[in-house]
Design a binder for this molecule. Structure first.
Ligand code: FAD
Length: 306
């Protein structure tokens, strides 16, 4: 069995695995996809001490650093169940069961979807979630941003520099983004903001997005907008569906951790965007990965007789 089994290899999981290996612990690192959200990121300018880098480059650096240690890396493996039978057990989608004395959950988060007709069909063919990655594909075209929170308005400002026009559709009667962002968006000539708008359908011509339908929640009227791209910016969902009924979660599905990164199950730790940490950033995920890993080390030296 492993002493520390890390599930998820984004910044939090990579950092946790390195800290565990440096303590001489038998460490496993399994991930659906090495790098996590960072692989989808273009410019990163707030990873302190590195003035500017790019997602794929940071992922390559993370992987190189992890592989410099004796870490058993299992990429393209999805965890589907956490159980215990003396040791903790993590079951994979392919049926294999990995055993470990401690488990460190770092499965991160993903974009929340609208769940309307056409969204899945046109995903990657006009429906996008990452303005930094896909914005340039819509140069000179008309696009919509769904969601008027900070990420939505940031996306609109970002896209307005590239595309012809941006329509922001917000479900609520007012935007939730910070004032400074709202002012910036309103000062740009090619952003239209529509509130109380519920997107009901993504329209396409069979190969690409050509528009969307929304309902004006105040009047109940249906509207149609012709556009080439739809950026969905309505929040992040923690990847914890497979953990329901095991560790304690917040109502939003985030894993609740204490100051050592321990969850409600002794010996099970968590770090990064999957937890109830207030802010979700690379440097924060890495710090919490280190914390949780040291927490697991502490746990192991106190339970060495088990
Ligand atoms: P993630 O990066 O989400 O990694 C989760 C890992 O878990 C992945 O390896 C995934 O494959 C794996 N996983 C999930 N479920 C399972 C499962 N069931 N079994 C096995 N493995 C699983 N932050 C910044 O600091 N600066 C930025 O400029 C910045 N820009 C961003 C731009 C975009 C487009 C996005 C999406 C995010 C950005 N962020 C940025 C946020 C940052 O990427 C996240 O805070 C950070 O990646 C969180 O790290 P994490 O390790 O907790 O989770």
């Amino acid at each position: 069995p492993y002493e520390v089994l890390v599930v998820g290899a984004g910044p939090a999981g990579a950092s946790a695995a390195i800290y565990a290996a440096r303590k001489g612990l038998r460490t496993g690192l399994l991930a659906d996809k090495f790098g996590g959200q960072v692989s989808e990121t273009v410019g990163i300018e707030n990873f302190i001490s590195v003035k500017a880098t790019e997602g794929p480059k940071l992922v390559a650096n993370l992987e190189e650093h992890v592989r410099d240690y004796e870490v058993d890396v299992m990429d393209n493996q999805k965890a589907v169940r956490l159980g215990s039978n003396g040791l903790y057990e993590v079951e994979l989608e392919n049926g294999a069961v990995l055993k470990s004395r401690t488990v460190l959950l770092a499965t991160g988060a993903r974009w929340r979807e609208m769940n309307v007709p056409g969204e899945q069909e046109y995903r990657g063919r006009g429906v996008a979630y990452c303005p930094h990655c896909d914005g340039p594909l819509f140069k000179g075209k008309r696009v919509a941003v769904i969601g008027g929170g900070n990420s939505g308005i940031e996306a609109a400002i970002d896209l307005a520099n590239i595309v012809e026009h941006v329509t922001v559709l917000e479900f609520d009667s007012k935007l939730r983004a910070d004032d400074v962002l709202q002012r910036k968006a309103k000062s740009m000539g090619n952003i239209t903001i529509i509130t109380q708008a519920q997107t009901t359908e993504v329209l396409g011509d069979g190969s690409r997005v050509i528009g969307l339908n929304y309902t004006d929640r105040a009047s109940g009227e249906q509207h149609n907008i012709a556009l080439a791209g739809i950026f969905v910016q309505i929040g992040l969902v923690p990847n914890t569906e497979w953990l329901r009924g095991t560790v304690e979660l917040t109502p939003r599905g985030e894993i609740i951790v204490d100051e050592r990164g321990q969850t409600s199950l002794p010996g099970v730790f968590a770090a990064g965007d999957v937890t109830n940490s207030a802010y979700k950033q690379i440097i924060i995920a890495m710090g919490s990965g280190a914390t949780a890993s040291l927490g697991a080390f502490d746990y192991l030296i106190r339970h060495s007789e088990d």
